[in-house]
Ligand binder design. Structure first.
Ligand code: HEC
Length: 332
């Protein structure tokens, strides 16, 4: 396995947010695990008035999220030719991934709800229609995300003037390949350089937009970017840069900017992880909490801690520890 991590990456299909944000699993928030395990209210206070340690509590990553991980890695393993054509709408494409398949060359996808969802949806379409037309399947998945991006960004007033015609063109043109970035990231002059590259990519990938739409998107950037000051630009760039730092930790510096030669990870490992989570459901929280973990790739202090956070999804040490406890129980 490549570098483990304890980061919360990803976004659900509808809430299009940065990968560095907390993932959601279906309707339940995966990341809520840590928060909701906080000690409850006054009834837990000891009568002596001395502060009591919170009782260990299982608050595992939801099973529906976990189960999607091996399913999605299997789709990536079996159909890279489809996933390489699907843009990834976590911010990784802004920094060198060239299709959601790249998120499956490391543990990145396991902790990214957007990456998982895209592959799961692709897998469902492949089941229904077969995999003989990868571009058609990719177009359906991409269009689902683009529609969600346009709706959410507009509703949430994510950037200035998105309801204008040029704002709509901006979302449309830039979401062809990745999450549309904040227009305040660059000055109008700096945008010129960046946009020249984007146009070249569009030509390379045969994704040339309607020239009128592209022109309106460029007009939008010029007008909006001018509203921001140098410190604003600094802030927007820093926020994207910190998302990249998260990705580097997840993927390991060595595999950042993966290449098509890198294989996607073996789904069997993630199947084993889901089995370990099932076994852990029958192990008392106190036992899990009392099991120290020697896992340099995560900052979990014990096994319960690890299973309650996204770190459990990629921690070999945690999976092995659960298996050992379960095997011991069976031998009793
Ligand atoms: C045809 C695909 C494609 C389209 C369309 C596209 N981009 Fe990109 N964009 C990329 C790729 C690939 C990268 C990563 C590699 C790089 O930065 O050169 C990227 C990276 C970026 C980055 C991060 C790197 C930097 O320059 O700071 C920004 C910002 C960006 N794009 C803005 C835009 C905007 C704004 C639009 C719409 C007007 C747009 N892109 C449309 C493919 C595209």
């Amino acid at each position: 396995m490549r570098t483990g991590h304890s980061l919360l990456l990803g976004a659900a299909l509808i809430t299009v947010v940065a990968c560095g944000n907390q993932p959601t699993a279906g309707s339940s928030t995966v990341a809520a695990a840590a928060d909701s395990s906080a000690p409850a209210g006054a009834s837990d206070e000891p009568s002596s008035g001395a502060p009591a340690a919170a009782a260990p509590r299982k608050d595992f990553i939801p099973l529906d999220y976990l189960q999607r991980i091996p399913i999605a890695y299997r789709v990536a393993r079996d159909h890279p030719e489809v996933l390489e054509k699907i843009a990834c709408y976590c911010p990784c494409e802004l920094y060198g991934h060239t299709g959601v398949v790249d998120c499956y060359r490391s543990q990145h996808a396991a902790a990214c709800a957007t990456c998982l969802e895209e592959a799961v949806v692709a897998g469902q379409l492949i089941e229904q229609h077969g995999a003989h037309d990868p571009p058609a399947i990719a177009a359906q998945v991409n269009s689902r995300y683009r529609t969600a991006i346009v709706r959410n960004y507009t509703q949430n007033g994510q950037f200035p003037n998105l309801r204008s015609e040029s704002g709509g063109a901006y979302l449309q043109a830039c979401s062809a390949c990745h999450q549309p970035p904040h227009p305040g990231m660059y000055s109008p002059d700096e945008w010129k350089r960046s946009l020249a590259r984007m146009e070249a990519y569009s030509r390379q990938r045969d994704l040339e937009p309607d020239p009128a739409v592209w022109q309106r998107a460029v007009d939008y950037l010029r007008a909006s970017a001018g509203q921001f000051t140098a410190p604003d630009r600094e802030r927007y760039r820093e926020s994207l840069a910190s998302a990249v730092e998260h990705l580097k930790v997840t993927e390991g510096n060595a595999v950042y900017y993966p290449t098509a030669q890198d294989p996607t990870l073996d789904p069997a490992w993630f199947e084993r992880m889901v089995r370990a989570y099932r076994l852990a459901r029958d192990i008392p929280a106190e036992v899990l909490a009392a099991t120290p973990l020697d896992d340099p790739s995560s900052d979990c202090s014990n096994l319960l801690d690890c299973l309650n956070s996204i770190a459990g999804v990629t921690s070999e040490a945690a999976v092995e520890a659960v298996e050992a406890i379960a095997a011991g129980d069976n031998n009793d």
